[in-house]
Design a protein around this ligand. Sequence first.
Ligand code: SF4
Ligand code: SF4
Length: 434
Amino acid sequence: MSDAQQPSEFDATTAVDEFEPVDVFPSSEDMDLRPGADNCYKCTSCDTSCPVAEVNEDFPGPKFQGPEQWRLKRHEDVDIDDSIMSCSNCMRCDDACPSSVPLSQMHNTARGEYVEKHMDKLSVEYLRNRMLANYRTMATLGTKVPRLANFVMGLDITSYLGDKLMGIPSERDMPEFATETFRQWWKQRGGSKVSNPDKQVAYFHGCYSNFNTTEVGKAMVRVYEEFGYEVLVPKQQCSGTPMFANGMLDDARREAEVNVRELGAAIENGAEVIASCTSCSMALRQEYPELFDIDGIDELAAHTWESLEFLRVNEDLEAKLSEAEIDSQAFAYHAPCHARNQGIDHQAIELFRELDGATIEDVGDSCSGISGTYGWKSEKYETSMKIGAEMFDHMEHAEGDVGMTECPTCSMQMNHGTGYEIRHPLELLEEALL
Ligand code: SF4
Ligand code: SF4
């Protein structure tokens, strides 16, 4: 009898006691990404939906940046690949994956680790990225002296030096600061004109509606008050979106802690949280609970809405709009990538079809290419414009010559590529209903 045929001395009791599972992918992280990585069955849907991979053949794509790199870096001697910094955090791959692999969570985690461990903190790239990620700090200073700041930022020499010294593309025009911030306007106004403890919403205006396009925030307040809501404007910080995209997770956590605490207090008193920027609502709903473990973070995610979405669900907005009318106008609408992830990319099109005088045309499902701070980097500018080319072309072929979108940086890119005026759906709602 050969050894292989010897009767087994297997003792089930001993074997169970001695069994030690082998951790194939050892992880010390609190938020274990292994189940997500294991879900990937390599269909490559994410890769074919990635706008960066489409125009940049050196970019290895979301499958590599996500499950593949995650597995590779489990080994101590493998560093995060620097190509993670070429991902724009558009999150289209998240939406494309049929197997719910948490791609953007993997990308954000990997980018954070790359910046923390491998980026020279004194390099121009790091300092530029930190400045872009902390736009709120720059805007707080700028809006102390908005006219002077706008004048200086509009000078050719500023633009030239910004490009040469900091890597901010001179092709782009810096957004103008408002002479009165949204919060200053709110204070001056005396807060909400409606008092209604049963219908309260806490407005997360984010940075751009506060410091730049204050008319969006004002439209939000007036439209919601028209529906009988008492609007609250709690203390708040940046949503953290530009920080995730630049791998500055400590900065993002600092901001998230304040937002979770302040918005959480409003939620405890019965309010729902409304954001007018789709990237802000995305951060509060998805990125916060994916990346941080803060008390109240899940409640905030569950009670956050985008501004049109909330009204469509809780009010008969369609009926109200079907009775309204505006002077004839045609709009070229672009759905931001982050709206797609929240399933609200068709809402403006569906809604304004009901409005007499408005013609609204979807300019397709391509990415605008700017992705927050991505297109504000000289080395990414060309990629950003190549990605945006399809949208520019569709806008130019649309009937209207006014653009529309919910995202402030898509709005900058739309204006940059076509010269069109760009409006937020809330502004059109205000015009139609008030
Ligand atoms: S987030 Fe966007 S750019 Fe980054 S890998 Fe996914 S699809 Fe590509
Ligand atoms: S789409 Fe999802 S399952 Fe398919 S390759 Fe990408 S991560 Fe894997």
